[in-house]
Design a protein around this ligand. Structure first.
Ligand code: FES
Ligand code: FES
Length: 161
C-alpha cells in the first residue's frame, strides 16, 4: 500500500491505496464520494467524469496514485456555496436533462468543463464534446438543451422531448 494525498472539492485528503487502485475507486470507496458513478470501468461511458486540475477526466481511467497532489473536483463539490444547485445542475432540472440519473454526474462534470473552455457552445459543439458520455436512457436531446440553457442561450425554440 502507498499513501496518496490530493485535494478533493477543496479539502486535503489522503489514504493508503494499492498501485492498481483507480481514482474512481479511491473517491467512492475511500472517501465515500459515491456521486461519481461507475458504469463500465473501461473508459467508455463517462459516468465517472471528474475534474483533475481543471480538466474533465474519466476517473476509471486514472490511477489514484496518478492524482497525487492534484486538485480534484467531483459532483459533490458542484453545488453553489449555499448548497443550492449550480447553474448547470439547475438547467438539467429545469429542462429534464435526466431520467434515471445514472449518467448525470458525469454529464454535469463534462458540461462544466465544456462551458469553462467554450462559454457559449453550439448544439453541434455540445454533442461533439459529450461523445464520451453515454446516457443509457438516451436522454441526449434534453441534456444538450440543458447545457445550452446553462450557457445563457435561449432554448425556448427547442421542443421538449
Ligand atoms: S465508468 Fe469510467 S467511463 Fe464508464
Ligand atoms: S439519465 Fe439514465 S443513463 Fe442518462
Amino acid at each position: 500500500m502507498t499513501q496518496v494525498s490530493m485535494t478533493v472539492n477543496g479539502k486535503t485528503v489522503s489514504g493508503d491505496v494499492e498501485g492498481r487502485t483507480l481514482l474512481s475507486s479511491f473517491l467512492r470507496d475511500h472517501l465515500s464520494l459515491t456521486g461519481t458513478h461507475v458504469g463500465c470501468d473501461t473508459a467508455q461511458c463517462g459516468a465517472c467524469v471528474v475534474h483533475v486540475n481543471g480538466e474533465a477526466v474519466k476517473s476509471c481511467n486514472m490511477l489514484a496514485l496518478e492524482a497525487e497532489g492534484a486538485d480534484v473536483g467531483t459532483i459533490e463539490g458542484q453545488a453553489d456555496p449555499d448548497g443550492s444547485l449550480n447553474v448547470i445542475q439547475q438547467a438539467f432540472q429545469d429542462h429534464h436533462g435526466l431520467q434515471c440519473g445514472f449518467c448525470t454526474p458525469g454529464m454535469v462534470m463534462s458540461a462544466a468543463a465544456l462551458l469553462k473552455e467554450n462559454p457559449r457552445p453550439t448544439e453541434a459543439e455540445i454533442r461533439k464534446y459529450l461523445e464520451g458520455n453515454l446516457c443509457r436512457c438516451t436522454g441526449y436531446h434534453n441534456i444538450v438543451k440543458a447545457i445550452m440553457a446553462a450557457s445563457g442561450q435561449d432554448v425556448s425554440h427547442i421542443a421538449a422531448e
